[in-house]
Design a protein around this ligand. Structure first.
Ligand code: ZN
Length: 327
């Protein structure tokens, strides 16, 4: 680990709607944060507007903290398939940035500084392992639930990147070959069932079939207007039908986790991402279902399933830590 004069590292998490920048101290605590909307350029601009926003957040954090950029580790997490050479090959939730080399775009905007770029879920996994829910575990799978499902894997305390850099694209494990179509082109991907969009889809199906009366009321009476947040809101009020639907989604979460456990045998699975209200229900439900879905479940050491410690900040914190460890 490098020692910078201040001990501060900067991390940026680029999401589909928000750019979060944090300054992190040596203990992994956030000492400053800046949130900006992700630019949505009207036409492809090859990442220029995104690089402008990220560079502006970096400069402001550096000035606030009084840390010169040249002596401060800087990491950026991006939402998509990151090749080992730093190209963001495919970013379904940030199409305008697909194909860009963000580190190269940032370099002239940051006075020649080269940022460390990585997949956002890999960053989140690192944060949870170093200072969060998975501290003390050597083999960890991090799952981020949002519009889709992201994944990060650590084996023996090291991030697993894979041959090209694409390891951990867990959301596109196929769980039902005859299932609903996924934007990736396959059918029945895990994220069609156990993500925010999966929850919304299953809820609308249930509503159209005459279930979820209170949830439909909350959505203004139109079954097609039902969203995941309506289900979570009704569940928080104790509606048994909403709770049953979240348990169904929790079963799908456990089903995918069981597949990952078959391959990777982690001692700990951390569930994070943006679905903060629903995540508590889903994690409880997945915990209940997991043992029964595992090969020789009764003979295994129990796999610990935990909610993320850093919540929605994990990607930004992990980007800072990754840069610190790389410097
Ligand atoms: Zn897919």
């Amino acid at each position: 680990m490098s020692s910078t004069p201040s001990g501060v590292a900067l991390g940026i998490d680029v999401g589909g709607t928000k750019v979060l920048g944090v300054a992190v101290d040596e203990a992994g605590d956030i000492v400053a944060r800046i949130l900006e909307p992700t630019p949505q350029p009207p036409r492809p601009d090859h990442g220029a507007s995104l690089a402008d926003v990220v560079a502006s957040v970096v400069h402001r954090l550096s000035e606030q903290q009084g840390v010169p950029l040249r002596q401060t580790p800087l990491g950026v997490g991006l939402p998509g398939m990151m090749r080992r050479d730093g190209i963001l090959v495919f970013a379904p939730n940030l199409p305008s940035a697909s194909g860009i080399d963000l580190a190269a775009l940032l370099e002239p905007r940051l006075g020649g500084i080269r940022a460390v770029v990585a997949n956002d879920a890999d960053c989140a996994a690192l944060a949870e392992h170093r200072f969060g829910a998975a501290a003390g575990h050597d083999s960890v799978v991090m799952i981020t639930l949002g519009t889709g499902i992201g994944g990060g894997i650590l084996i023996d305390g090291q991030l697993v990147r894979g041959g090209s850099g694409f390891a951990g694209e867990v959301g596109h494990m196929v769980l039902d070959v005859a299932g609903p179509l996924c934007p990736c082109g396959s059918r029945g991907c895990w994220e069609r069932f156990a993500s925010g969009s999966g929850l919304g889809r299953l809820a609308r199906e249930a509503a159209m079939a005459g279930r979820l009366r209170l949830v439909v009321d909350a959505a203004g009476g139109d079954p097609e207007a039902v969203r995941g947040e309506h289900v979570t809101g009704a569940a928080l009020d104790g509606d048994p039908e909403a709770l049953a639907l979240l348990d169904e989604v929790g079963w799908w979460l456990a089903r995918g986790i069981a597949n990952l456990v078959c391959v990777l045998d982690p001692s700990c699975v951390v569930v994070g991402g943006g679905m903060t209200d629903a995540a508590g229900f889903l994690v409880d439900s997945a915990r209940r279902h997991l043992g029964g879905l595992l090969e020789a479940g009764e003979l295994r050491t129990a796999v610990t399933v935990l909610s993320a410690f850093f919540g929605a900040d994990a990607g930004a914190v992990g980007a800072a830590l990754l840069a610190r460890e790389a410097s």
